[in-house]
Design a protein around this ligand. Structure first.
Ligand code: SAM
Length: 275
């Protein structure tokens, strides 16, 4: 690191940024020693020092095998969601479909669906993906991520969950994957204010059947069977206090099997339900 960059590193650390993050910011924005480059990095450092998540400041972040563009138009993909993609891939392998049709419901950056498409392509499987989101901003970002990774077998639909999906998809999906919003209004008020940088629509859901933040998940579990192919699977992330509720709703919705999974920290967070 040269003199100007060293000086900036000290400045960023003094402003409260961790050394490792300060280095990343400098590597990302100070491409050379020109004053313009150093200024870019300083402005990025100021955003981080004011509390903006590092992922938004850098503008991209790894998710499984992809380097995804991330910005405040969509949720920052979480490590637990990487586990959800792993579960989905296991299900697809088990299903042995040679060209699976997949739905990423509430796609955000496209993290789940685009990872599946990418990793299946690596395995020589020509899958097709539909990405749905209510947010046109999120869909724009997901489209950019698909272009970035040259993933073309994907279409994007702005819709309130299943409402505006083409009816020809009824009974057709091999896999529906979703990480819906599941934080209640009440809980949101108690969480780290850093979540305020992310879109509220990505985090907060109405309560249902007496369970905080459960309305979107309940709706998806009830409606998914009619969009799944016979023995197709729903792979879903949910809040850690929602396991009893998801079990009950899956039974009522008539899935033939249900498997529940903890995340890597041991919290009850995911389900796989087979039509
Ligand atoms: C928790 S984020 C998940 C984003 C991404 N799948 C991920 O795991 O990083 C939930 C996503 O659902 C979308 N969403 C919220 N309400 C929706 C609705 N009624 N219909 C469709 N999408 C919705 C949000 O815009 C957001 O992108």
């Amino acid at each position: 690191m040269t003199g100007a960059k060293h000086q900036l590193l000290d400045e960023l650390i003094a402003s409260g940024i961790e050394r490792r993050e300060a280095r990343w910011i400098i590597e990302e924005f100070a491409l050379d020693d020109s004053p313009a480059s150093i200024d870019n990095a300083r402005r990025a450092g100021e955003r981080r020092a004011q509390g903006e998540p590092l992922q938004y400041v850098l503008g991209h972040w790894p998710f499984r095998d992809l380097d995804l563009d991330v910005d405040p138009r969509a949720l920052i993909p979480r490590p637990e969601t990487e586990e959800l993609v792993g579960l989905a891939l296991e299900q697809l392998a088990f299903r042995a479909s040679s060209a699976p049709l997949m739905l990423d419901l509430g796609c955000g950056t496209g993290a789940i669906g685009l990872s599946l498409l990418f990793e299946l392509r690596e395995r020589g499987l020509p899958a097709t993906l539909v990405c749905v989101d209510a947010s046109s901003d999120a869909l724009d970002l997901a489209r950019a991520n698909a272009r970035k990774h040259e993933l073309t077998a994907v279409s994007f639909v702005q819709s309130n969950w299943f409402d505006d999906l083409d009816a020809t998809f009824r009974g057709a999906f091999d896999l529906i994957a979703a990480n819906p919003p599941y934080v209640s209004e009440a809980e949101m008020a108690t969480l780290d204010p850093v979540l305020g940088y992310e879109p509220r629509i990505a985090l907060v859901a109405r309560d249902a059947v007496g369970v905080g933040g459960y309305a979107d998940i309940e709706h998806i579990i009830r409606v998914a069977p009619s969009w799944l192919a016979p023995s197709g699977v729903l792979v879903l992330e949910h809040g850690e206090h929602q396991r009893d509720a998801v079990k009950a709703t899956c039974e009522e919705a008539g899935f033939s099997t249900l498997n529940l999974f903890d995340d890597v920290s041991g919290r009850p967070r995911m389900l796989v339900a087979r039509r």
